[in-house]
Write a protein of this length. Structure first.
Length: 500
């Protein structure tokens, strides 16, 4: 019997009423294992209404109450990390260790939210004029929404909702319809932790659900992670409706390798950063820029390591890389490799014909490595979102930096070098929001914010960290003057001072 994933509204499971369902496949077999209900406009409205009703009390709740519930949720999340990872593997295909890592990174933001009282502290200036004080405070927005991608079905929602609800907002999540089960498990754990009904809601669906969240007058802010074209659409549409928006888009992350770098360390980093999670992550390194004469040696070291990666079902403990999310995505990724030679690339490894014995109908693709890639090639221009690594050549550091800065994306980038001066120049000169120095995937820890530049981010705020707190709150300044009790008319007892 096919499993059905329904919505979570007002603290309970709500069966889909639209009659429309989407298929969820096991990427390792290609079999449809689950159906997910797609929300109608009325169902989205019901979720927003539940969140709006809950905000009346949650928005006035104490910080102590909010953080107490989040501490309980954190303990439950930690205890259920294996169960959540299994759901991720079953629907996304990533290997279990990758799925566990995803939950761990989400836990970091829950940790941050548990200590939100420090970030929500206001400011006070006393005696700015005679008996006048000025205070700055931050207050929640109301109902906020999150629209999240398939590649991290637990982590990316946890980049959003813990901060949002810790700040006093209520939340409506629209997760990816390709792997929806993790979001429902999280909702159940939040309820078990004591989160009041309606504070956290989940509606599944497609463009109908997304567009309704973007236009709904009671949704005050929208967070999004996904591709650049959709991020641009989210930002434009929600901003036009008067909402606050943070829309994180796509990437083409570069790794600059200087001639003095430890090439073994650089090759290890390139392989893990390019092929981990089958390349389905916005922080994957998809372009290595080799400077000077090291290119051939570096490519050979990458090839040697890449050929040893074991590809198989995500629930096989020996697998190091799993399948891609859907057959259509697998075919799209393969098309970049199949057309690479005609565009001037040297195809060092071609993974397009890869299959796994016993799982021939899975969404498999092997490791691909392209060398001497022209900047005009589609494999370089587009975000492939699969296990394809492009190597480009540059004669000098300056040429390499100019090449990277000419990309329309500016998400993350890295430099590998032993030269501190070169590294310092790079971190100042490169046009990207996140920079790694001998670190291939510079995803910030929870108390620093995540976000790119250029076409990788639309909106003023990065996600989580201090930016997350500011995104989910708005500032208010209160100017106060009180009369001095000594100036009170005689005969009136103000009860000041009274000593006991």
């Amino acid at each position: 019997m096919t499993k059905i994933v329904n919505h979570w509204i007002g603290g309970k499971t709500v069966e889909g009423a639209s009659g429309t369902y989407g298929p969820v496949t096991d990427p390792s077999t290609g079999a449809v294992t689950t159906k997910v209900a797609f929300a109608s406009v009325d169902e989205v409205d019901a979720a927003v209404a539940a969140a709006k009703e809950a905000y009346l009390t949650w928005g006035q709740s104490s910080l102590a109450q909010r953080t107490s519930i989040l501490f309980k949720f954190r303990a439950l999340l930690d205890a259920n990390r294996d169960a959540i990872a299994e759901l991720i593997t079953a629907e996304h295909g990533k290997v279990h260790s990758d799925a566990l890592g995803e939950v761990a990174r989400g836990l970091e933001i829950v940790d941050l939210a548990c200590g939100i009282n420090v970030q929500l502290k206001g400011e006070l200036s006393t005696q700015v004029a005679s008996r006048v004080d000025v205070a700055s405070i931050r207050q929640p927005l109301g109902v906020v929404a999150g629209i999240t991608p398939f590649n991290f079905p637990a982590m990316v929602p946890m980049w959003m909702f813990p901060m949002a609800i810790a700040c006093g907002n209520t939340f409506v999540l629209k997760p990816s319809e390709k792997d929806p089960s993790a979001s429902i498990k999280i909702a159940e754990l939040l309820a078990e932790a004591g989160l009041p009904d309606g504070v956290f809601n989940v509606v599944h669906g497609d463009k109908v659900a997304v567009d309704r969240l973007l236009e709904h007058p009671d949704v005050k802010a929208v967070s999004f992670v996904g591709s650049t074209p959709i991020a641009r659409y989210i930002h434009t549409t929600a901003s036009a409706a008067g909402k606050r928006v943070q829309a994180l888009g796509g990437a083409k992350n570069h790794m600059l390798v200087l001639p003095d770098a430890d090439l073994d360390a650089a090759a290890d980093a390139a392989v893990s950063a390019a092929y981990g999670s089958a390349g389905e992550r916005c922080m994957a390194i998809s372009a290595v820029v080799a400077v000077g004469a090291i290119g051939d040696e570096l490519v050979e070291k990458i090839r040697e390591r890449a050929e040893k990666i074991k590809i198989g079902p995500g629930n096989d403990p020996t697998s190091e890389m799993g399948p891609l999310i859907t057959a259509a995505h697998r075919d799209k990724v393969a098309s970049y490799v199949e057309g690479a030679a005609a565009e001037g690339c040297e195809v060092v490894l071609d993974g397009t014909g890869y299959t796994v014995d016993g799982f021939e109908d899975g969404h498999w693709i092997g490791i691909s490595l392209l060398d001497k890639v022209p900047t005009g090639a589609k494999a370089y221009q587009d975000e492939i979102f699969g296990p394809v690594l492009c190597v480009l050549r540059a004669e000098t550091y300056e040429e390499g930096v100019a090449l990277i800065n000419s990309s329309p994306f500016g998400n993350g980038t890295a430099i590998f070098t032993r030269d501190g001066g070169a590294a310092r120049r790079f971190q100042l000169e490169i046009e990207a929001g996140m920079v790694g120095v001998n670190v291939p995937i510079p995803v910030p820890v929870g108390y620093h914010s995540f976000g790119g530049w250029k076409d990788s981010l639309f909106g003023d705020h990065h996600i989580y960290g201090n930016d997350g707190t500011h995104f989910y709150t708005r500032g208010k300044v209160v100017t106060t003057r009180w009369p001095d009790p000594a100036d009170a008319p005689s005969g009136v007892d103000l009860g000041f001072p009274r000593n006991h």
